[in-house]
Design a protein around this ligand. Structure first.
Ligand code: SAM
Length: 245
């Protein structure tokens, strides 16, 4: 289900009206006098957030600082898999979502090109990146992250570069747990369309000739595009299928 058509926008007193009006015109989302019944994009003093169903979601990379500092970054599964000797490596995140995995790659030194096709998620991500650039603890890392809104299947062939890796995490698998993080993600899931063209996504990634395609899947999820990986690294809830090209 995609709740796009039910979204409204609300600007609180300290919200950035100009940015809100611009986004409202671009998305065709009406500005309301009060919070919507269901999903509402809220502009307030902190920036942009998504509110609805008793939840509020706003990405915040500062919450990830504990994963990238004090020697902890190298223990991240994704970072271990993405390890490279290449200087100034580039990664393409073809399904960026809220950019958290990209943030880990950027913290590990990758220049990351992020593609996000959903205009609402892209707006939320743009706002997270904006706030992070104002935070001196995050500035350097997010300085390596470049977001383009649009479908990566169409946009990857125009990149004209050979990245070290292409990262694919194209859908939110249904989650059984209902912790706080899951709840926040559920809000974003209201917008998320399952990836209908996994094969095209994989082929567009492979056509860039990266050294590796890293695919994130639910632990027991089916292979993406039925592509047999060169190897798999398993975590508690997810696994990474790695195709070495
Ligand atoms: C599971 S989320 C990614 C989460 C992300 N790895 C993170 O760490 O936050 C998947 C996202 O990919 C986007 N997506 C799926 N297919 C895409 C495509 N072909 N081009 C661009 N974005 C895509 C969806 O809109 C969704 O926001």
């Amino acid at each position: 289900m995609n709740d796009w058509d039910k979204i409204t926008m609300y600007i609180s007193k300290d919200g950035d009206r100009e940015a809100a009006e611009q986004l409202s015109r671009r998305l065709g989302v009406p500005i309301a006098d009060s919070m919507g019944e269901e999903l509402t994009l809220v502009f307030d003093g902190t920036g942009l957030s998504l509110v609805g169903y008793g939840m509020r979601y706003q990405g915040d990379f500062s919450r990830m600082l504990n994963r990238v500092t004090k020697g902890r970054l190298r223990h991240e599964m994704l970072v271990k898999i993405a390890k490279t000797k290449t200087e100034h490596p580039t990664a393409v995140d073809a399904a960026a979502g809220m950019g958290e995995d990209s943030f880990l790659l950027a913290a590990a030194g990758y220049e990351v090109i992020l593609f996000e096709q959903d205009a609402v998620i892209a707006a939320l991500l743009r706002d997270v990146l904006r706030r992070a650039r104002e935070d001196e603890r995050l500035r350097e890392i997010v300085g390596r992250m470049r977001l383009t809104e649009g479908n990566s299947i169409a946009l990857m062939p125009r990149l004209g570069i050979t990245p070290e890796i292409v990262y694919l995490d194209p859908m939110f698998p249904p989650r059984k747990k209902s912790g706080l993080i899951q709840k926040k993600l559920q809000l974003i899931q209201k917008l998320e369309q399952p990836c209908a063209n996994e094969r095209e996504l994989y082929d567009a990634a492979a056509a860039l000739h990266p050294k590796k395609i890293i695919i994130k899947r639910p632990l027991n999820g089916a292979l993406l595009a039925e592509k047999k990986p060169s190897y798999t690294v398993k975590g508690k809830a997810i696994r990474y299928d790695v195709v070495v090209l």
